[in-house]
Ligand binder design. Structure first.
Ligand code: APR
Length: 313
């Protein structure tokens, strides 16, 4: 008899709660919603609400709230949202001073209690936080990824679908680079069911959509006063599912680069095959000169914030 998988969600806030709801409905495994001691009851309450939901929706997952790392022991997957989200006017990089000590404490807890887990970091500034998680734990790069590209690509896909007047299901696109205002939508690989996007949308409109995608997170922060959580949670669950079910999906993910695309010792978004082995393949696309230039600009921003993290190590 096979045992259910265990998924530890580090941070029981907005994204953490939506992650738990999705994971339970998809029956990917049992869930531990972990938060700091002052939020133990909050995490327990959310977990109980979600468990009661199972009687209506009909799933079998157990969902527990905790602030004790021992309850996360042996997790197969960890998804990290611990930290504070953006407020209107803030950039993701503005969060580094607050979220750096938090990611370090999470890395220490996870290293001790769940050293074999596949880890997906969501906390911002994403590329620097996932870099620090890997550096601090010494975990292999196959097991530590950052969620950004799936979300940024989803935003891009939605805006393209609306403009082209087609179903979002048929839009294929990948957004690479850092999770910031310099992210790189790969137009050469952007199609509507295989037909290049240039057949549907002219350059001017396309440029406006790229700009809106780059500021897509900020647009929501401006409207809600805090950052998005439904689509970020779905994006991380797609990555977790690909690992747990060995789906081998090709997903834009922040991964530790050791020479790919010409970058070294840096986490940045590139196309990655995620399967039962974790990061099974990093795919190097033939980028156009323009795309390479955009990626270099994005890498420079990511390097800047990563250097801040390294300097305070
Ligand atoms: N360990 C566990 N949880 C922690 C820790 C810690 N050391 N420090 C903070 N947290 C918890 C907070 O108590 C809070 O419940 O992380 C949770 C974050 O939840 P929200 O404030 O609702 O933030 P959320 O919208 O979920 O975003 C979390 O993801 O997208 C990023 O920019 C976003 O960095 C932010 C993160």
């Amino acid at each position: 008899m096979s045992k259910r998988k265990k998924i530890a969600l580090i941070g029981a806030g907005n994204i953490g709660g939506e992650l738990a709801a999705l994971i339970a409905r998809k029956q990917l495994g049992d869930v531990v919603l972990f938060d700091i001691p002052s939020k133990t009851n909050f995490a327990k309450g959310k977990a109980l609400d979600l468990e009661q939901n199972s009687a209506i929706l009909g799933y079998d997952a157990s969902i527990t709230g905790s602030s004790d790392w021992k309850d996360c022991a042996g997790a197969d997957v960890i998804i990290v949202t611990a930290g504070i989200p953006r407020k209107p006017g803030q950039s993701r990089d503005d969060l580094v001073a607050t979220n750096l000590p938090i990611i370090r404490s999470v890395a220490d807890g996870a290293k001790e209690h769940c050293p074999d887990a596949f880890v997906i970091v969501i906390s911002n500034p994403l590329d620097a936080m996932v870099y620090e998680y890997k550096r601090r734990t010494g975990a292999p790069r196959e097991k530590v990824v950052g969620m950004a590209g799936v979300l940024d690509s989803a935003r891009f896909q939605l805006f393209l679908a609306r403009e082209a007047g087609v179903s979002v299901k048929d839009v294929r696109a990948m957004v690479l680079g850092g999770h910031g205002d310099d992210m790189v939508p790969v137009l050469s690989a952007t199609t509507i069911n295989g037909v290049n996007i240039s057949k549907f949308i002219g350059k001017e409109k396309l440029d406006a959509i790229i700009e809106r995608t780059r500021k897509g997170g900020g647009e929501i922060v401006g409207l809600m006063g805090t950052s998005a959580y439904y689509a970020p949670a779905s994006a991380a669950v797609a990555m977790a599912e690909s690992y747990l079910l060995d789906q081998k999906r090709l997903l834009a993910s922040a991964v530790y680069l050791t020479g790919e695309y010409g970058y070294n010792d840096l986490y940045m978004g590139v196309p990655v095959v995620i399967g039962g082995g974790g990061v099974e393949k990093i795919v190097e696309l033939d980028l156009s000169a323009d795309e390479k230039e955009m990626l270099a600009k994005s890498a420079k921003s990511v390097q800047g914030i990563t250097d801040v993290v390294k300097a305070s190590a």
